[in-house]
Design a protein around this ligand. Structure first.
Ligand SMILES: Nc1ncnc2c1ncn2[C@@H]1O[C@H](COP(=O)(O)OS(=O)(=O)O)[C@@H](OP(=O)(O)O)[C@H]1O
Length: 548
């Protein structure tokens, strides 16, 4: 630095001496490649590049050294951004959370991460609606990396398995009006509340909301009803008894703000995932997605009037506060990312389109879990290799992933216990979940015998009581329309299904929206019924709640 400064008294001799010593220093530095960027140049960066290029050009022995230096520079940069190892995703209901769970699950498969699973092979939530407890999770016998399935927030017990100091806590929120409308319909609240006979059950509910005591009482039998009010905050740990206590709500907000690094916002999905990707230090392809769990259009409500909107907001007062607070924070976080952020959002949108072209043949109907059908996708048949694996992963729902992880867990335990599984780490075996999700055409399904090899693959269903034992009015309606499916044979490769029912109902079925679409094929077809809109599958009588 000295050599570049102007000398105060301009004495000639001093200047000449300084000049020569500077020149000497430059030569020495050049020779030994110790060139400092700021030295003797206002454009040190440029000088360094020129010097390096020259050296490389000359095939100087030190060109390797320079390359190595660059490698070091890169790895130093990478160190600033190392993929996050531990993520707790608090999966809220009806917020696009299954799409995010898919992202985490497939990252876990690709990078050999351990996903925490609910205890009990039939259960797909962590004892929800109870708050998360250690006893509701499988013992992974190693530190789990991700939690990505429905669990109700519990700071203390979650902190044991996912210490906040090195776990990224994230969740997702949706506008309380559309989230509540989706929950209300998807969770069949009109049936649970016995108001399904009303012309507009939602409107009726909003004008005649039940008391908290009433909700609590019915919720004991139908736990999904806990989501009837402030469903977002309920998942995030707030109890019904606090919904009207504004100072408690404020404190809860502050705690969540402290605990959670990021609340994704469903309405801004691509921005959310870009922010998430940056925070996790993942690649863009890690967060590409296909929308999951979208209701069939006939199950969506077309219009929510302004009056209804106001009532929904008033009813879900705590969720409105929660949503507004974190949306504001979300935009602050986006702003902090600076320029370049939106280029990545655009890139993500572009990749989504590309993957959609690559993977999807057409939209189909999929069974989210028992009795509930949502939009799904039919994977292209001609995919092979990595593309096929990637597309399958993207299209696999959380139930199938959980079954897969359970299989992996069993192998891990066998390995720990010293059983004879060899080469576990090198195993390239693909799990059953990635074997095509069986789909059949709804019309074929109705009219006749099918030869479908995939049929032998039984898909475990998510146990869920929500649809069990619905109100008598609904049962009466359904009895009237019950189809009597007779499964004639069900050996591994050949399934013959005969449907005995009046032509009248057949016509109704073929006119319904599902006609011509694909439906998942289940092993037990006997209890399929038709409710006027879509084929639904009733719960066996002895089915119990996953969370009781
Ligand atoms: N990417 C993306 N963008 C916008 N909206 C999306 C996205 N992914 C899912 N969804 C919508 O989220 C609803 C399903 O939410 P969940 O997966 O959380 O449901 S569940 O609680 O796991 O059953 C469901 O909303 P409704 O269709 O209104 O019910 C989906 O359509």
């Amino acid at each position: 630095m000295l050599c570049c400064q102007s000398f105060g008294n301009n004495q000639k001799r001093v200047f000449i001496a300084a000049f020569f010593s500077c020149a000497l220093l430059v030569v020495v530095q050049y020779k030994f490649n110790y060139f400092s960027l700021s030295q003797c140049s206002t454009n040190g960066r440029f000088v360094k590049r020129v010097v390096e290029e020259e050296l490389v050009e000359k095939n100087d022995l030190r060109s390797d050294e320079i390359k190595n230096k660059n490698v070091i520079v890169k790895s130093v940069e990478n160190e600033k951004c190392r993929p996050t190892e531990y993520v707790l995703f608090l999966k809220t209901h009806k917020t696009g959370s299954s799409t995010i769970t898919n992202i985490l699950n497939r990252y876990a498969v690709q990078h050999n991460k351990t996903v925490l699973l609910p205890k009990g092979s039939e259960y797909y939530s962590f004892d929800w609606p109870n708050k998360f407890r250690l006893s509701s999770a499988i013992n992974t016998y190693k530190r789990p990396n991700f939690l990505a399935n429905h669990a109700r927030y519990s700071r203390k017990s979650m902190n044991v398995l996912f210490p906040r100091e090195d776990t990224m806590y994230i969740s997702v929120l949706r506008h309380p009006v559309s989230q509540w409308e989706s929950t209300f319909q998807y969770m069949s609240f009109p049936y649970i509340l016995d108001i399904s006979y009303q012309e507009d059950a939602m409107d009726f509910f909003l004008n005649n909301p039940p008391s908290t005591e009433n909700i609590m009482e019915i919720s004991r039998k139908y736990p999904s009803l806990y989501l009837i009010r402030n469903p977002l905050f309920f998942d995030l740990g707030l109890d019904h008894s606090h919904y009207d206590n504004s100072s408690y709500i404020k404190r809860a907000l502050k705690t969540l703000d402290k605990d959670f690094e990021l609340f994704l916002i469903m309405e801004h999905f691509d921005e959310s995932l870009t922010l998430l990707r940056r925070k996790l230090c993942w690649e863009i392809d890690d967060v590409v997605y296909f929308k999951m769990n979208e209701r069939l259009s006939q199950n969506k409500r077309n219009v929510v009037t302004q009056d209804q909107e106001q009532k929904i907001k008033a009813w879900n007062n705590a969720d409105v506060v929660l949503y507004n607070y974190f949306v504001e924070k979300f935009w602050r976080q986006v702003k902090d990312e600076g320029p370049g952020f939106y280029d990545e959002v655009i890139e993500l949108k572009k990749r989504r389109k590309e993957y959609s072209k690559l993977c999807i043949e057409k939209e189909a109907v999929e069974e989210a879990y028992s009795s509930v059908f949502v939009k799904g996708y039919k994977i292209k048949a001609n995919l092979t290799g990595k593309n096929q694996t990637f597309c399958r992963h993207m299209l696999t729902n959380e139930i199938h992933f959980m079954d897969y992880f359970r299989g992996q867990h069993a192998k891990w335990v066998d390995l720990l216990e010293g059983d004879t599984i060899k080469n576990f780490d090198e195993s390239t075996e693909e799990a059953d979940i990635f074997i095509k999700i069986p789909v059949i055409n709804a019309t074929d399904f109705i009219y006749g015998a099918q030869n479908r090899p995939e049929y032998s693959k039984t898909i475990k269903k998510k146990k869920n009581i929500i649809h069990k034992d619905r109100t008598s009015k609904r049962d009466k309606h359904k009895e009237k329309n019950q189809l009597n499916f007779i499964q004639e044979s069900s050996d591994t490769n050949d399934v013959n299904i005969k449907v005995s029912k009046t032509t009248e109902l057949m016509e109704e079925l073929s006119n319904a929206d599902i006609a011509g679409k694909s439906l998942p094929l289940k092993k037990n077809l006997e209890d399929l019924k038709f409710d006027g809109k879509t084929i639904v599958k009733t719960q066996p009588e002895n089915e119990t709640l996953p969370w009781l």
